[in-house]
Design a protein around this ligand. Structure first.
Ligand SMILES: Cc1ncc(COP(=O)(O)O)c(C=O)c1O
Length: 484
């Protein structure tokens, strides 16, 4: 396809502040409200940058996210293949936008929808699925892929046992990337008049980046560069696979997984480059987009935006970057856009540290000690003694990633133990020595280092046994107990 030569100023589609001239779009059905999302040029965030940056607003899909496209495509493919028919049931394990997409398409087409979601899924998201008439089953959080309670296994068993049920399997379903070969890619090529030079997208199942990237590479004769914006800890971009805060993209790996299986929907050969973005930068980028551009975007959009802005700093006027905005910030008003939530996770820290949990970080005993989940009471006891910990000084038992722990996500902590708690177990009888140390933990509270101690301690009073894990940017950076 030929490229048009367009001016460095870009191509004016609508005049700022003057709606009305463009033709109205009339959809003959809800399903026609999926796709054909707009590109919006970032004029404020990119003001000092040389390339044009366009945000593709996937929250404009009728169910509010990019996953509406995959949902419709997968259901249509299942119908074509005779896997789903009248009276059928659509089943998937997902906490996120795919569940919404599948539920709305199922509702429209008269199918039953059954979604398996992790127990930690935000109440708001579960309500949303139920609003579309889906049945939601909550299952265990963050267990190895082979575990019978892993949501994919629960969903698969349900589908097998239910006549007329079809399991969407977005991670391995070719109709997921196929949706983007058919629609997202062509829309970007058409709407940039073939001038796009870089695609930036976050990667969950990989459907978006694979399908869109495949089309754009083909259309451009291979010249469009495909850039994966990936959370710091995600295994896709070379991270350790640890838990993260920005949900919906990246690849976390439970360390007890026998093998790390990547989705078939993700064709890694299409990715020219990974740009790694921390939870904090993703979240702050999303907030900045709302406050400075007037564009309310989600966390994975923040990841992609941060990567696009970094990339743009290396490029010039001859380049046009398209960044995918998978969903809206409306889904995250109680998390990324809430100052209290950010503070409680240690992402926001006031300059004045007096009276905050962060003021305890400088205490000499505030170091973080991590032990693997596999360690027994006697092993943990010996190790804490070897490290010279005081009686009440804690160590965290966390998932063993086989690498030195710099800091750990509280979700990966099984328990906190102290010499005192381990000693009590050992005194109870010799059989306890070989028990997992995590069974003899003490209660602890994870607090953001920006939180006021008076707010986080019960009744504002410090008790001797109080154990605080101190969070900096979402990870345990220190711990204090008792008389600090
Ligand atoms: C919020 C959000 N961002 C990004 C993605 C990634 O999209 P994909 O699965 O196509 O890689 C998803 C999908 O799961 C998502 O829900």
């Amino acid at each position: 396809m030929p490229r048009n030569n367009l001016s460095a100023q870009g191509f004016t589609r609508t005049e700022a502040g003057l709606p009305g001239a463009a033709a109205m779009t009339v959809h003959e059905s809800v399903l026609d409200g999926i796709g054909n999302t707009p590109l919006v040029r970032l004029t404020r965030l990119a003001a000092s940058l040389r390339p044009r940056i366009y945000a593709k607003l996937e929250f404009q899909n009728i169910g509010g996210s990019v996953k509406d496209r995959a949902a419709l495509s997968m259901i249509r493919a299942a119908e074509r293949d005779g896997l789903l028919g009248p009276g059928g049931t659509v089943v998937e394990g997902t906490s996120g936008n795919t569940g919404v997409g599948l539920s709305l398409v199922a509702a429209h087409l008269g199918y039953r929808a059954v979604v398996f979601a992790p127990a930690a899924t935000a109440a708001e998201k579960i309500r949303l699925l139920r609003a579309y008439g889906a049945e939601v089953h909550l299952v265990a959080d963050f267990v190895p892929r082979s575990h019978p309670d892993h949501l994919a296994n629960r969903a698969a068993r349900f589908a097998e046992a239910t006549p007329g049920a079809w399991l969407a399997q977005q991670y391995d379903n070719p109709a997921n990337p196929g949706a983007h070969v058919e629609s997202t890619g062509p829309e970007i090529w058409r709407d940039t008049d073939g001038t796009v030079t870089h695609l930036v997208a976050s990667v969950g199942t990989g459907g978006t980046i694979t399908g869109t990237g495949r089309f754009l590479k083909q259309a451009s004769g291979g010249s469009v560069q495909v850039v994966a914006a990936d959370p710091d800890h995600s295994a896709y971009g070379g991270g350790d696979g640890a838990a993260k805060y920005v949900e919906g993209a990246g690849h976390a790996v439970h360390p007890d997984s026998a093998e790390d299986i990547w989705p078939q929907a993700f064709d890694t050969s299409l990715v020219d480059r990974y740009v790694r973005v921390s939870d904090k930068e993703s979240i702050l980028s999303a907030r900045k987009a709302a406050r400075e551009e007037g564009l309310l975007i989600g966390g994975t959009a923040g990841t992609a935006l941060a990567a696009a802005l970094r990339l743009a700093a290396e490029l010039d006027e001859s380049h046009t970057i398209v960044v995918i905005i998978p969903d809206s910030g409306r889904n995250y008003l109680s998390t990324y856009f809430d100052d209290g939530w950010l503070t409680s996770a240690g992402f926001l820290r006031p300059a004045a540290a007096d009276g905050t949990a962060g003021s305890l970080l400088s205490s000499p005993a505030a170091g973080v000690h991590i032990l693997p989940v596999s360690c027994t009471v006697s092993e943990a006891h010996t190790e804490l003694q070897r490290r010279g910990l005081e009686d009440g000084e804690p160590a965290f038992i966390a998932l063993d990633r086989g690498t030195p722990f710099g800091s750990v996500h509280p979700r990966e902590v099984a328990a906190a133990v102290t010499l005192g708690s381990l000693q009590a177990a050992l005194s109870a009888g010799p059989s306890q020595a070989q028990e997992p140390a995590a069974r003899h933990g003490v209660a602890f509270t994870a607090v953001g280092t920006g939180e006021l101690l008076a707010d986080v301690l019960p009744d504002g009073v410090r008790a001797d046994g109080d154990l605080l894990a101190l969070l900096v940017d979402g990870r345990i950076a220190g711990a204090v107990t008792g008389g600090w």
